[in-house]
Write a protein that binds this ligand. Structure first.
Ligand code: SAM
Length: 302
Protein backbone atom coordinates (compact mmCIF):
# COMPACT_ATOMS: atom_id res chain seq x y z
CA UNK A 1 0.00 0.00 0.00
CA UNK A 2 1.45 3.38 -0.92
CA UNK A 3 0.06 6.84 -0.65
CA UNK A 4 2.15 9.36 -2.49
CA UNK A 5 -0.61 11.95 -2.54
CA UNK A 6 -0.09 12.76 1.13
CA UNK A 7 2.52 15.00 2.65
CA UNK A 8 6.13 13.95 2.10
CA UNK A 9 7.95 13.99 5.42
CA UNK A 10 10.77 11.51 5.14
CA UNK A 11 13.59 14.05 4.83
CA UNK A 12 12.09 16.69 7.09
CA UNK A 13 12.78 14.70 10.23
CA UNK A 14 11.94 16.59 13.41
CA UNK A 15 12.39 20.01 11.80
CA UNK A 16 8.78 20.34 10.73
CA UNK A 17 5.57 18.63 9.67
CA UNK A 18 4.38 15.71 11.74
CA UNK A 19 7.97 14.91 12.83
CA UNK A 20 8.01 18.11 14.89
CA UNK A 21 5.23 16.67 17.06
CA UNK A 22 7.77 14.12 18.33
CA UNK A 23 9.68 17.06 19.86
CA UNK A 24 6.49 18.42 21.39
CA UNK A 25 5.96 15.14 23.23
CA UNK A 26 9.65 15.04 24.21
CA UNK A 27 9.39 18.53 25.73
CA UNK A 28 6.30 17.45 27.65
CA UNK A 29 8.15 14.40 28.95
CA UNK A 30 11.11 16.56 29.98
CA UNK A 31 8.78 18.82 31.96
CA UNK A 32 7.07 15.80 33.52
CA UNK A 33 10.43 14.31 34.47
CA UNK A 34 11.35 17.43 36.46
CA UNK A 35 8.04 17.62 38.37
CA UNK A 36 8.17 16.81 42.07
CA UNK A 37 5.13 14.53 41.55
CA UNK A 38 6.29 13.13 38.22
CA UNK A 39 4.28 10.31 36.66
CA UNK A 40 7.08 9.19 34.33
CA UNK A 41 10.82 9.68 34.13
CA UNK A 42 12.61 10.22 30.83
CA UNK A 43 16.14 11.55 31.27
CA UNK A 44 16.68 11.60 27.49
CA UNK A 45 13.74 13.85 26.63
CA UNK A 46 15.38 17.19 27.41
CA UNK A 47 18.43 16.28 25.32
CA UNK A 48 16.23 15.85 22.24
CA UNK A 49 14.58 19.21 22.89
CA UNK A 50 17.85 21.05 23.49
CA UNK A 51 19.61 19.55 20.45
CA UNK A 52 17.02 20.23 17.74
CA UNK A 53 17.13 23.82 16.43
CA UNK A 54 13.33 23.77 16.13
CA UNK A 55 12.86 23.23 19.88
CA UNK A 56 16.08 24.56 21.46
CA UNK A 57 14.20 27.49 23.02
CA UNK A 58 11.27 25.45 24.37
CA UNK A 59 10.99 24.86 28.12
CA UNK A 60 12.08 21.57 29.69
CA UNK A 61 10.99 22.55 33.20
CA UNK A 62 7.69 24.06 34.28
CA UNK A 63 9.68 26.75 36.16
CA UNK A 64 10.79 28.09 32.77
CA UNK A 65 7.17 28.80 31.78
CA UNK A 66 6.14 32.28 32.98
CA UNK A 67 2.52 31.29 33.69
CA UNK A 68 3.49 27.77 34.80
CA UNK A 69 0.68 25.25 35.07
CA UNK A 70 -1.84 27.84 33.87
CA UNK A 71 -0.21 27.65 30.43
CA UNK A 72 -2.50 25.45 28.29
CA UNK A 73 0.41 24.00 26.30
CA UNK A 74 3.20 23.50 28.84
CA UNK A 75 0.84 23.02 31.78
CA UNK A 76 -2.25 20.98 30.91
CA UNK A 77 -1.20 19.51 27.52
CA UNK A 78 2.26 18.55 28.79
CA UNK A 79 0.68 16.87 31.81
CA UNK A 80 -1.56 14.97 29.41
CA UNK A 81 1.53 13.59 27.66
CA UNK A 82 3.14 12.80 31.01
CA UNK A 83 0.08 10.80 32.04
CA UNK A 84 -0.07 9.06 28.66
CA UNK A 85 3.59 8.12 28.93
CA UNK A 86 3.05 6.58 32.36
CA UNK A 87 -0.08 4.65 31.37
CA UNK A 88 1.57 3.23 28.26
CA UNK A 89 4.80 2.45 30.15
CA UNK A 90 2.61 0.40 32.48
CA UNK A 91 0.84 -1.28 29.55
CA UNK A 92 4.12 -2.37 27.95
CA UNK A 93 5.70 -3.55 31.18
CA UNK A 94 2.58 -5.53 32.04
CA UNK A 95 2.55 -7.07 28.53
CA UNK A 96 6.11 -8.32 28.79
CA UNK A 97 6.44 -9.17 32.48
CA UNK A 98 2.99 -10.64 33.18
CA UNK A 99 1.75 -11.26 29.61
CA UNK A 100 4.96 -12.94 28.48
CA UNK A 101 5.48 -11.04 25.20
CA UNK A 102 9.13 -10.75 24.17
CA UNK A 103 8.56 -8.59 21.08
CA UNK A 104 7.50 -4.96 21.27
CA UNK A 105 6.61 -2.87 18.21
CA UNK A 106 6.46 0.89 18.66
CA UNK A 107 4.51 2.28 15.69
CA UNK A 108 5.35 5.95 15.15
CA UNK A 109 7.99 5.62 17.87
CA UNK A 110 9.20 9.19 17.54
CA UNK A 111 11.55 10.10 20.39
CA UNK A 112 10.14 7.43 22.70
CA UNK A 113 13.15 6.28 24.75
CA UNK A 114 11.42 3.32 26.40
CA UNK A 115 14.03 0.92 25.00
CA UNK A 116 16.61 2.84 27.07
CA UNK A 117 14.70 3.71 30.20
CA UNK A 118 12.41 0.79 31.12
CA UNK A 119 13.43 -2.52 32.64
CA UNK A 120 12.82 -5.20 30.04
CA UNK A 121 13.05 -8.92 30.65
CA UNK A 122 15.97 -10.83 29.09
CA UNK A 123 15.45 -11.67 25.43
CA UNK A 124 13.16 -8.73 24.70
CA UNK A 125 13.32 -7.15 21.21
CA UNK A 126 11.94 -3.67 20.55
CA UNK A 127 11.16 -2.64 16.98
CA UNK A 128 10.81 1.10 16.46
CA UNK A 129 9.06 2.30 13.30
CA UNK A 130 9.10 5.95 12.27
CA UNK A 131 10.20 8.20 9.45
CA UNK A 132 13.86 7.98 8.51
CA UNK A 133 14.67 11.58 9.45
CA UNK A 134 13.09 11.27 12.90
CA UNK A 135 15.02 8.08 13.71
CA UNK A 136 18.27 9.59 12.35
CA UNK A 137 17.91 12.55 14.71
CA UNK A 138 17.10 10.23 17.60
CA UNK A 139 20.26 8.21 16.96
CA UNK A 140 22.40 11.34 16.71
CA UNK A 141 21.28 12.44 20.18
CA UNK A 142 21.38 9.02 21.85
CA UNK A 143 24.79 8.22 20.35
CA UNK A 144 26.07 11.56 21.65
CA UNK A 145 24.96 10.54 25.14
CA UNK A 146 26.46 7.04 24.76
CA UNK A 147 23.01 5.75 25.76
CA UNK A 148 22.70 1.98 26.11
CA UNK A 149 19.45 0.21 25.31
CA UNK A 150 18.10 -2.19 27.95
CA UNK A 151 16.76 -4.55 25.29
CA UNK A 152 17.65 -5.44 21.72
CA UNK A 153 16.51 -2.41 19.75
CA UNK A 154 15.73 -2.56 16.02
CA UNK A 155 14.96 0.77 14.34
CA UNK A 156 12.93 0.52 11.14
CA UNK A 157 12.91 3.74 9.12
CA UNK A 158 9.80 3.59 6.96
CA UNK A 159 6.65 5.55 6.28
CA UNK A 160 3.61 3.91 7.84
CA UNK A 161 1.57 4.89 4.79
CA UNK A 162 3.72 2.49 2.77
CA UNK A 163 3.87 -1.30 3.05
CA UNK A 164 5.79 -1.54 6.33
CA UNK A 165 5.15 -5.25 6.92
CA UNK A 166 7.99 -6.40 4.68
CA UNK A 167 10.42 -4.10 6.51
CA UNK A 168 9.28 -5.42 9.89
CA UNK A 169 9.56 -9.08 8.94
CA UNK A 170 12.92 -8.48 7.21
CA UNK A 171 14.09 -6.95 10.49
CA UNK A 172 13.45 -10.24 12.32
CA UNK A 173 9.90 -9.87 13.61
CA UNK A 174 8.40 -13.29 14.45
CA UNK A 175 4.65 -13.51 13.80
CA UNK A 176 4.46 -16.80 15.70
CA UNK A 177 5.42 -15.15 19.01
CA UNK A 178 3.17 -12.87 21.11
CA UNK A 179 3.78 -9.16 20.60
CA UNK A 180 3.07 -5.97 22.52
CA UNK A 181 2.14 -3.29 19.97
CA UNK A 182 1.89 0.42 20.67
CA UNK A 183 0.51 3.25 18.52
CA UNK A 184 0.86 6.25 20.85
CA UNK A 185 -0.12 9.60 19.36
CA UNK A 186 -0.14 8.22 15.84
CA UNK A 187 -3.39 7.09 14.26
CA UNK A 188 -5.02 10.51 13.85
CA UNK A 189 -2.13 11.62 11.62
CA UNK A 190 -2.67 8.72 9.24
CA UNK A 191 -5.12 8.48 6.35
CA UNK A 192 -8.03 6.12 7.02
CA UNK A 193 -6.58 3.56 4.60
CA UNK A 194 -3.30 3.50 6.55
CA UNK A 195 -5.11 3.09 9.90
CA UNK A 196 -7.25 0.26 8.53
CA UNK A 197 -4.17 -1.39 7.07
CA UNK A 198 -2.34 -1.01 10.38
CA UNK A 199 -5.14 -2.63 12.39
CA UNK A 200 -5.54 -5.46 9.84
CA UNK A 201 -1.79 -6.00 9.85
CA UNK A 202 -1.46 -6.01 13.62
CA UNK A 203 -4.20 -8.63 13.74
CA UNK A 204 -2.60 -10.73 11.00
CA UNK A 205 0.86 -10.60 12.59
CA UNK A 206 -0.34 -11.19 16.16
CA UNK A 207 -0.10 -14.60 17.78
CA UNK A 208 -2.57 -15.33 20.59
CA UNK A 209 -1.49 -13.54 23.76
CA UNK A 210 -0.57 -10.35 21.87
CA UNK A 211 -1.71 -6.93 23.05
CA UNK A 212 -2.16 -3.55 21.36
CA UNK A 213 -2.61 -0.12 22.90
CA UNK A 214 -3.50 2.87 20.76
CA UNK A 215 -4.90 6.35 20.94
CA UNK A 216 -7.81 7.67 18.89
CA UNK A 217 -9.79 10.87 18.66
CA UNK A 218 -13.56 10.45 18.42
CA UNK A 219 -14.59 14.04 17.65
CA UNK A 220 -16.97 14.18 14.68
CA UNK A 221 -15.47 17.46 13.54
CA UNK A 222 -12.03 18.39 14.85
CA UNK A 223 -12.51 21.96 13.65
CA UNK A 224 -15.20 22.46 16.30
CA UNK A 225 -12.29 22.78 18.72
CA UNK A 226 -10.11 25.12 16.67
CA UNK A 227 -10.54 27.91 19.23
CA UNK A 228 -9.71 25.65 22.17
CA UNK A 229 -6.94 26.88 24.49
CA UNK A 230 -4.95 23.77 23.73
CA UNK A 231 -4.87 24.08 19.93
CA UNK A 232 -4.49 27.88 20.00
CA UNK A 233 -1.59 27.81 22.46
CA UNK A 234 0.22 25.04 20.57
CA UNK A 235 -0.03 27.04 17.37
CA UNK A 236 0.79 30.44 18.85
CA UNK A 237 3.61 29.40 21.17
CA UNK A 238 5.53 26.85 19.09
CA UNK A 239 4.00 27.12 15.62
CA UNK A 240 2.50 23.63 15.50
CA UNK A 241 -0.99 23.74 14.03
CA UNK A 242 -2.17 20.28 15.02
CA UNK A 243 -5.39 20.64 13.07
CA UNK A 244 -3.46 20.87 9.80
CA UNK A 245 -1.47 17.74 10.69
CA UNK A 246 -4.37 15.55 11.76
CA UNK A 247 -6.13 13.63 9.02
CA UNK A 248 -9.51 15.35 8.87
CA UNK A 249 -11.60 12.45 7.56
CA UNK A 250 -14.05 10.61 9.84
CA UNK A 251 -12.09 7.89 11.63
CA UNK A 252 -12.68 4.15 11.34
CA UNK A 253 -13.91 2.26 14.42
CA UNK A 254 -10.64 0.45 15.09
CA UNK A 255 -11.65 -0.84 18.53
CA UNK A 256 -14.85 -2.30 17.02
CA UNK A 257 -12.85 -3.71 14.12
CA UNK A 258 -10.54 -5.55 16.52
CA UNK A 259 -13.51 -6.90 18.49
CA UNK A 260 -14.99 -8.25 15.26
CA UNK A 261 -11.66 -10.03 14.70
CA UNK A 262 -11.96 -11.74 18.09
CA UNK A 263 -9.89 -9.36 20.25
CA UNK A 264 -11.13 -7.90 23.51
CA UNK A 265 -10.86 -4.12 23.67
CA UNK A 266 -11.42 -1.67 26.50
CA UNK A 267 -11.79 2.02 25.77
CA UNK A 268 -10.87 4.68 28.35
CA UNK A 269 -10.80 8.43 28.54
CA UNK A 270 -7.51 9.93 29.72
CA UNK A 271 -9.49 11.35 32.63
CA UNK A 272 -10.08 7.80 33.91
CA UNK A 273 -6.33 7.63 34.50
CA UNK A 274 -6.15 11.12 35.98
CA UNK A 275 -8.47 9.82 38.69
CA UNK A 276 -6.50 6.59 39.05
CA UNK A 277 -3.17 8.37 39.49
CA UNK A 278 -4.47 11.37 41.39
CA UNK A 279 -3.01 13.86 38.90
CA UNK A 280 -3.34 14.73 35.25
CA UNK A 281 -5.77 16.73 33.09
CA UNK A 282 -9.46 17.01 33.95
CA UNK A 283 -12.27 17.87 31.50
CA UNK A 284 -12.82 21.53 30.70
CA UNK A 285 -14.97 23.65 28.41
CA UNK A 286 -14.04 23.70 24.70
CA UNK A 287 -11.67 20.82 25.36
CA UNK A 288 -9.50 19.54 22.50
CA UNK A 289 -8.95 16.38 24.57
CA UNK A 290 -12.68 15.62 24.79
CA UNK A 291 -12.63 12.95 22.08
CA UNK A 292 -9.30 11.35 23.05
CA UNK A 293 -9.56 7.69 23.98
CA UNK A 294 -6.91 5.17 24.95
CA UNK A 295 -7.72 1.67 23.77
CA UNK A 296 -6.27 -1.54 25.20
CA UNK A 297 -6.86 -4.65 23.12
CA UNK A 298 -5.88 -8.26 23.66
CA UNK A 299 -5.89 -11.22 21.30
CA UNK A 300 -6.91 -14.35 23.18
CA UNK A 301 -4.59 -17.31 23.31
CA UNK A 302 -5.90 -20.28 21.33
N1 SAM B 1 4.86 7.76 19.82
C1 SAM B 1 5.78 8.83 20.08
C2 SAM B 1 5.54 9.46 21.42
O1 SAM B 1 4.42 9.36 21.92
O2 SAM B 1 6.47 10.07 21.93
C3 SAM B 1 5.73 9.91 18.98
C4 SAM B 1 4.42 10.62 18.87
S1 SAM B 1 4.50 11.99 17.74
C5 SAM B 1 3.10 12.87 18.27
C6 SAM B 1 3.94 11.25 16.22
C7 SAM B 1 5.00 10.41 15.55
O3 SAM B 1 4.37 9.68 14.49
C8 SAM B 1 6.12 11.22 14.93
O4 SAM B 1 7.36 10.73 15.37
C9 SAM B 1 5.94 11.03 13.46
O5 SAM B 1 7.14 11.05 12.71
C10 SAM B 1 5.26 9.69 13.40
N2 SAM B 1 4.49 9.51 12.18
C11 SAM B 1 3.39 10.20 11.79
N3 SAM B 1 3.01 9.81 10.57
C12 SAM B 1 3.88 8.83 10.20
C13 SAM B 1 4.03 8.03 9.04
N4 SAM B 1 3.20 8.16 8.02
N5 SAM B 1 5.04 7.14 8.99
C14 SAM B 1 5.90 7.00 10.02
N6 SAM B 1 5.81 7.74 11.15
C15 SAM B 1 4.83 8.64 11.23
Amino acid sequence: MTDTAHRSTSTEGVAGGVGLTALLVAAARAIETHRHDSLAQDIYAEHFVRTAPASASWPVHIGQVPDGDANPLWGRFARYFGLRTRVLDDFLLQSVHAGGARQVVLLGAGLDARAFRLDWPPGCVIFEIDQEGVLAFKHEVLDGLSATAKATRVPIPIDLRADWVGALTDAGFDAAAPTAWLAEGLLFYLPITAETYLIDTVDRLSAGGSALAFEVKLEKNLLDYRDSPLYVSTKDQIGIDLLTLFDGEPRPDSAGDLRSKGWSASVHTPFDFTHRHGRGPLPEQNDALEGNRWVFANKPRP
